[in-house]
Design a protein. Structure first.
Length: 216
């Protein structure tokens, strides 16, 4: 097939898909659903299938994800009462270390922060996930590969110290950031069991240990 034919074929397929999606979207809106996502969900469940440890069940939104998506779709700000309720609920479900120890090994934490693997179909089940923190946060001096989507964490511990309030706040933020920002983009590493308790302790040490490169 020629390059032109491929381009025409791709454009036609996209047009047909958009047409089908539009028709189903109109049907959903006609049903009176204020958050008409039926077409999008239909497409996802039709086009995706379980592969290894990556399950289609992951497409099911949590209550928080649904609420955040709903107001984003409508193009309006989430009501403050709704946001506060989500944040309070998330904070109430934070599980703190049973032994009261928040800090692990910062060297192990650095490896977790640099590791973007985990939970994909191509990853070996049972192998600890990475945190991929550097994809979104500036944490280490002179590393051009770091992201800027999230807050700058360089000198995190140096600026805040290691008081009990800081420990609890930082732990809760890593455990489920929606406890402080209802529609945070940060994955809920503890709430969704992306990282183990020990891994979270190691990441905490990376952020707070004075010898960590984060605080140099």
């Amino acid at each position: 097939m020629t390059k032109l034919a491929l381009m025409v074929s791709a454009a036609l397929a996209a047009t047909l898909l958009a047409g089908c999606a539009g028709a189903r979207q109109q049907a959903a809106e006609a049903s009176g659903n204020p958050f008409a996502t039926t077409s999008f969900e239909d497409i996802l469940h039709h086009d995706f299938a379980d592969k290894g440890q990556a399950k289609v069940s992951r497409l099911k939104q949590t209550h928080t994800q649904y609420e955040c998506s709903k107001y984003d779709y409508l193009g309006v700000k989430m009501p403050e009462a709704t946001a506060k309720a989500i944040e309070a609920g998330a904070l109430a479900h934070v599980v703190y270390p049973a032994d009261g120890q928040y800090l692990g090994d910062w060297k192990a934490g650095l490896k977790i922060a640099e590791n973007g693997k985990g939970m994909q179909w191509s990853d070996k089940p049972g192998v600890p996930n990475g945190g991929n923190c550097l994809a979104c946060h500036h944490m280490i001096a002179n590393d051009p590969s770091q992201g800027t989507i999230g807050p700058d964490l360089y000198h995190y511990g140096k600026l805040r110290g290691e008081g009990q309030a800081v420990l609890k706040y930082t732990w809760a933020r890593v455990y489920d950031s929606s406890a402080f920002n209802a529609c945070s983009f940060m994955p809920p590493f503890g709430a969704h069991k992306i990282l183990t308790e020990q891994q979270m302790k190691d990441v905490m040490a990376l952020l707070l240990n004075p010898h960590s490169p984060v605080n140099q």
